[in-house]
Design a protein around this ligand. Structure first.
Ligand code: ASC
Length: 152
């Protein structure tokens, strides 16, 4: 789409919507981060099933999913923008306003997510479940610590 078409489409969208331009951008950011987390779960779920023995361990599949997770772990942070939190945002989100109030802690946990997901991908590339298991648990603990503090 060229700029003129895009502007026209946006203008039409704005005319038919009660949302302001700023709110449209916020909803895009919320949808973006929720999409990333869906992709995270899509990959992390089967990895968890393999770690728990609910699904047969397939080293190639596990490693591919761990590499996906390592890439995905770098992506959600930019979706946490001003006005996108539960209580302020007009749409649906479980992201608590504590994220904004305690951004340093939140960004720190997201950074741990990246570090731990990279370590899991590294462990997974060797295909050894004894090394994978603790690396997987570190990532799961990081997920939980963020949910406990910052997710409704
Ligand atoms: C998952 C999932 C999460 C995390 C979290 C880890 O499989 O959907 O949100 O692991 O439960 O503690």
């Amino acid at each position: 789409m060229n700029l003129i078409t895009r502007t026209a489409v946006l203008a039409a969208l704005m005319a038919s919507s009660p949302l302001t331009l700023a709110e449209v951008k916020v909803s895009d950011a919320v949808e973006y981060r929720q999409g990333i987390y869906k992709a995270v779960r899509w990959n992390f779920g089967p990895m968890g099933d393999m770690v728990k023995g609910k699904q047969k361990f397939n080293a190639d599949e596990f490693s591919r999913r761990a590499a996906n997770l390592a890439a995905l772990s770098k992506m959600p942070l930019e979706g946490f923008v001003a006005g996108s939190y539960n209580g302020t945002y007009s749409g649906s989100t479980d992201a608590l306003p504590a994220i904004e109030k305690d951004w340093e802690t939140f960004a720190g946990i997201m950074s741990d997510f990246e570090t731990n997901a990279a370590a899991l991908a590294e462990a997974a590339s060797a295909g050894d479940m004894d090394a994978i298991r603790p690396a997987f648990m570190s990532v799961a603990k990081t997920c939980k610590s963020c949910h406990d503090k910052f997710k409704d």
